[in-house]
Design a binder for this molecule. Structure first.
Ligand code: PGA
Length: 247
């Protein structure tokens, strides 16, 4: 089964109600591309308004708690996000692994909680610059894939985003050979662990993807889409990436 291209915007802590027009424009662009699954992961405060403003377009969150309710001040459960209008969530972004000290086992629990609430999940992995320089990129990322994915993971609801930390928001990306090597290694690990289903998981690349580099990145065999930060904030910047995925 061919894997459909999956292009997901990660708005991080950006976006106010005044930006609903950009969300509408991105959704309208995505609706013209039948071979691409597109989504925007928004601040939780925008999810309900965005889902109403762009019916039929996939709106997501950027995190969820692993519990479904309780004494966790400031946190949101996956069921709350689903009720707000989310159909997916990012889990384990490197900014959360760093800023909120999220561990691989937190991420595994969050992925399962999200799935239980009916959300699709994108689990993020990626090495630091020091790890790449030390020749540890592959081992670091494969260990995150191993420990962050639950045994119950299925390509029906879970995708992986490979995001080298040093490429996020910097304008730098790995060479195409390095991206191909990493995605191929992740594919190999998924096939070893999940058997035939391993070939069906979508593996996204993230980190300074933009309209100028998306076509060559998305042409690589095991690059099934992109997780896009800065270049997803406007329709002008995001549309060329969505179009590259359509081919
Ligand atoms: P960037 O962010 O595209 O701005 O590098 C990607 C991400 O952090 O998901």
């Amino acid at each position: 089964m061919a894997r459909r291209k999956y292009i997901v915007g990660n708005w991080k802590m950006n976006g106010r109600l005044a930006d609903l027009s950009a969300i509408r424009a991105i959704a309208a662009e995505a609706a013209t591309l039948p071979d691409v699954d597109a989504a925007l992961c928004l601040p939780a405060t925008l999810i309900t308004a965005a889902a109403a403003a762009a019916p039929g377009f996939a709106v997501g969150a950027q995190d969820c708690h692993m519990k479904d309710k309780g004494a966790h001040t400031g946190c949101l459960s996956a069921a709350m996000l689903a009720e707000a209008g989310a159909s997916l969530t990012i889990i384990g972004h490197s900014e959360r692994r760093t800023d909120q000290f999220e561990s691989d086992s937190d991420i595994r629990a969050k992925a399962l909680a999200a799935q239980a609430a009916g959300l699709n999940v994108i689990v993020c992995v990626g090495e630091s610059e020091a790890e790449r320089d030390a020749g540890q990129a592959l081992s670091r990322v494969l260990s995150q894939v191993d420990a962050s994915l639950p045994d119950e993971a299925s390509p029906q609801w879970l995708a992986i985003a490979y995001e080298p930390i040093w490429a996020i928001g910097t304008g730098r990306i790995p060479s195409l050979d390095e991206v191909a090597e990493m995605h191929g290694a992740i594919r190999g690990a998924l096939s070893e662990r999940f058997g035939a289903a391993g070939a069906e998981f979508r593996i996204l690349y993230g980190g300074s993807m933009n309209g100028g580099n998306a076509t060559e990145l998305l042409a690589l065999e095991d690059v099934d889409g992109g997780l896009v930060g800065g270049a997803s904030l406007t329709a002008e910047a995001f549309a060329p990436i969505l179009k590259s995925a359509q081919g």
